[in-house]
Design a protein around this ligand. Structure first.
Ligand SMILES: [Zn+2]
Length: 322
C-alpha cells in the first residue's frame, strides 16, 4: 500500500515492526507499584512464540524536545528534561520512586511511536510500539503513569507534515483517554473515541468526541456490543490514520480495571478493530496502553495476543494490498 505516493518503489517488510527497548522496563524503579517487568516479559514471549516470523522488534530513537513541544507546554517539558518536576507533579504521574533513567525512557518511548508513524508513511499498513498509549498526559502535566501524550504528539506530527488530514484515536483502555480528549477538544482534525469503565480513574472525565462509560463488572458481551456500535458510527466518517490505544486493563484479572473481559473477549475486540481497519484501508499505529494483572502473566498473554493478532492482520493486509 502506498496511500500517499511517497515511496513508489517501496517493498513492504514481511514482518510487522514493533518498537521496543529494554529501557521500557529498566528505566523504571523495580520497587515501583507499576509492573515494570511487563515490557521485557512481553518482548521475551513474543520472541519465543514467533515461530512464523511475523514480528520484528526494533530499538527506537529518542523523541526530540521539538517533537514533544508540538503538544506540550515548554515549561513542563523543560522541567521534566532537567529532572526538576515538583513532588506533587511526580505524585500525580505515579511512577515512583523516580529514577533519572525515566527521562531517556520517556523520550525513547515517544520515539518508538514516532518511528512507527514513519513506517506507516513509508507504506506499512500497521506498526506498533511495545509501550505507550500515554493518554492521561495533558499539555502541561502528567497523570496516571503518563508523562507526555504519545498519541497527541504523533497526531500533531502527521497533521503538520501534511501526511494526514484527519486522525482517529480509538482508545479501548479501561481508563478514559482524558488527556487526549482535552488536548484535541474542539479540534476537528482529530476524532477521539474512548470506551472505558465509568467507575474507573480518571474520576473527572473529559469529553471525547464519542465516550462510552461501561458499568462496573461489564463483560465481553457489553463491551463488544459497545464496540460494534461505535465502529458502525465511525463508518460514516473518513479518516486517514487510525491510532489504536489497545490497553488490556479491561481484563477480569486486572488489578486496576473494574470490567470483566475474558482473554478471548479481548482477542475478539482486537479482531473487530483490525477488520474495520482493513475495510477502510487506512494505516494503523498500535499503542500498548494499560495492563496490571496480578500475577502479570494475564496481561502479558493478552498483549502477546494483541501483537500476534496485529501481525497476522499485517500479513493479510500485504496480501490484499491494504
Ligand atoms: Zn488504563
Amino acid at each position: 500500500m502506498d496511500k500517499f505516493g511517497l515511496y513508489e518503489n517501496f517493498a513492504p517488510r514481511t514482518r510487522m515492526t514493533l518498537f521496543y527497548d529494554e529501557i521500557y522496563s529498566s528505566g523504571l524503579d523495580r520497587s515501583a507499584r507499576f509492573p515494570v517487568d511487563r515490557y521485557s516479559r512481553i518482548a521475551e514471549q513474543v520472541e519465543r512464540d514467533d515461530r512464523d516470523g511475523l514480528i520484528e522488534l526494533r530499538r527506537p530513537r529518542t523523541a526530540t524536545r521539538e517533537e514533544i513541544l508540538l503538544v506540550h507546554q515548554c515549561d513542563y517539558v523543560d522541567r521534566f528534561l532537567a529532572q526538576d518536576l515538583e513532588e506533587g507533579e511526580i505524585r500525580r504521574i505515579g511512577l515512583r520512586p523516580w529514577k533519572p533513567e525515566i527521562v531517556e525512557r520517556t523520550m525513547r518511548l515517544v520515539g518508538g511511536a514516532i518511528e512507527g508513524l514513519d513506517l506507516l508513511f513509508a507504506g506499512m499498513p500497521i506498526a506498533g510500539n511495545m509501550a505507550g498509549g500515554t493518554h492521561h498526559a495533558f499539555r502541561a502535566e502528567g497523570a496516571g503513569y503518563c508523562i507526555f501524550n504519545d498519541l497527541a504528539v504523533c497526531a500533531e506530527i502527521a497533521l503538520r507534515r501534511g501526511q494526514a488530514k484527519s486522525v482517529l484515536v480509538l482508545d479501548l483502555d479501561v481508563h478514559q483517554g482524558d488527556g487526549t480528549a482535552e488536548i484535541f477538544q474542539g479540534d476537528e482534525r482529530v476524532f477521539t473515541v474512548s470506551i472505558h469503565g465509568q467507575d474507573n480513574f480518571p474520576f473527572r472525565k473529559k469529553s471525547s468526541d464519542i465516550d462510552i462509560g461501561l458499568p462496573k463488572g461489564a463483560g465481553d458481551g457489553e463491551f463488544l456490543d459497545a464496540l460494534d456500535h461505535v465502529l458502525l458510527k465511525l463508518s460514516n466518517y473518513s479518516f486517514d490514520l487510525l491510532f489504536f490505544q489497545a490497553g488490556v486493563d479491561g481484563l477480569k484479572m486486572d488489578g486496576l480495571g473494574l470490567l470483566n473481559l475474558s482473554r478471548g473477549g479481548m482477542r475478539v475486540r482486537n479482531e473487530k478493530v483490525f477488520k474495520w481497519r482493513r475495510k477502510l484501508g487506512i494505516p494503523m499505529l498500535l499503542f500498548m496502553g494499560g495492563g496490571y494483572s496480578d500475577p502479570i502473566d494475564h496481561t502479558v498473554d493478552a498483549f502477546t495476543d494483541l501483537f500476534f493478532g496485529a501481525a497476522r492482520e499485517y500479513r493479510i493486509a500485504l496480501e490484499v494490498g491494504q
